[in-house]
Design a protein around this ligand. Sequence first.
Ligand SMILES: [Zn+2]
Length: 347
Amino acid sequence: MNATPHGLRRDPALPFNLLQSGHLIVQWSIGRQIALLTLSQMPDYQHTLAKPVSTSGVGLHTGCQVRLCLLPAPSNTGIVFRRVDLEGFEIEAKARHVARVSYATSLMKKGVLISTTEHLLSALAAMRIDNVYVELNNLEVPIMDGSALPFVRLIHEAGLRRQRARRTYARILKPIELADGARRIAAYPADAFSASYTISFPHPLVGEQHFEFAGDSAQYEAEVAPARTFGFLEEVETLRQQGLVRGGSLENAIVLARHGVLNPEGLRFPDEFCRHKVLDLMGDLVMLGYPLLGRVVAERAGHAMHVALVAQLLRDKSTWTLVESRRRADRELSFQKREAAVASSAL
Ligand SMILES: [Zn+2]
């Protein structure tokens, strides 16, 4: 490989090229072989919020008004929900607490529920927030406009604070694939996180859509965060009878009728549906407990399969390993230096 992923040729005098995008590309020549290590957008240290922030809104499924506060948390806290209406009962955003995953990803601990977590978790993960207390005075995270953009803006309002503890990543070591009929989800080894999603709905506005995400938080904010949740008008009555989508409206979801959308403003992107699935996937992957270094490919999947992938990863720990970004880079560089020394001494 003679060029970086950005199409720039390597300067042989400079083993390190710091690109304008902020991606650190480390290349080392070993004879004719060039090793390429991309530390794209991977912070070394944990981050929390610089100050508390709050907002309020309605729960999509409960229809209840709820107040949401995001507060700074110490290193290695992770993302912890608190029900302030239940004496501050805490539920960690971890796979062992995942409860219901049909129409939303909910957490439950000792009978206490936190519902519809995925859009907020997606925003927190994409903005690299490792440690935060999420306080709610009801059981459901407010749906806001149905996307993750209001949460991204809330995080911007708070600002980020770098912490002393290093960040630990879960790096995929070998392919892991799950299938359920035509539904499929897989994770493959890669140096950075990326997601590839394909959906297929027999609707003139949806059909088959495909979206790839391999960007940073700015790209997430522009291309993924604004994508809203969606539903089909013909399903609304059934869902209501099941006690779901009581807070649903055209202000917080795209509603698809037989030939178009009911929302007067239309779509934010032609492939908004598929972008929203990537948003959901990134939120559900938070349950692993570590940011993922790997490529996730999903076809016709949904919350249940996203969570099944996390569960399978936690069951089979031979498929991934924990790495600290800087140590990992140092380790790989020292290996490559040794290889280079061996190669030059052989000349
Ligand atoms: Zn969603």
